[in-house]
Design a protein around this ligand. Structure first.
Ligand code: CUA
Length: 159
């Protein structure tokens, strides 16, 4: 059986379906929700770690500790606000019920570089990841179909 035996309309249909999957669907990441505690240190106008990744539905506790001045932590898009004095850590717990990438900002004027003090919260697998993966797949399939078609024409079939 030759892999190139697909009719043209079937090839086009496959490509259209794949394209729809790549660009049309939100691709929610299904992972088991767990309880997480994330310790973040605020110091030198930076949060460490600067990138937090959780799964949708996770019950997330953020513990904020300051290593120098008073710093705040606000997650944009979530009702999460924390202020930590040096030597006095603070914590907040929330459910990561909205997938996406959210900016974390320092919410307390803490010095010259305060406006640049930020981090990121990633809830679920980034949509860009799936897009890239599927675009790669699409390219491979499209390439395979094109080659298959050439083989068909070369074989001197009817149609
Ligand atoms: Cu740290 Cu503002």
């Amino acid at each position: 059986m030759r892999p190139s035996g697909w009719p043209t309309h079937a090839r086009i249909a496959i490509l259209l379906v794949l394209a729809a999957l790549v660009f049309g669907l939100p691709w929610p990441a299904r992972a088991e929700a767990v309880e997480r505690t994330i310790h973040i240190e605020a110091r030198d106008f930076a949060f460490r770690p600067s990138r937090i990744a959780v799964n949708p539905g996770d019950r997330v506790t953020i513990e904020l500790a300051s290593g120098d001045f008073v710093h705040g932590l606000h997650v944009e898009g979530y009702d999460v606000n924390l202020t930590a004095d040096p030597g006095q850590p603070a914590s907040v717990t929330f459910i990561a019920d909205r997938p996406g990438t959210f900016r974390i900002r320092c919410s307390v004027p803490c010095g010259a570089l305060h406006p640049f003090m930020g981090a990121r919260l990633q809830v679920g697998v980034p949509v860009g990841f799936w897009r890239a993966l599927l675009l790669g797949l699409l390219a491979i399939v499209a390439g395979g179909l094109t080659f298959g078609r050439k083989a068909d024409l070369g074989g001197g079939g009817g149609a």
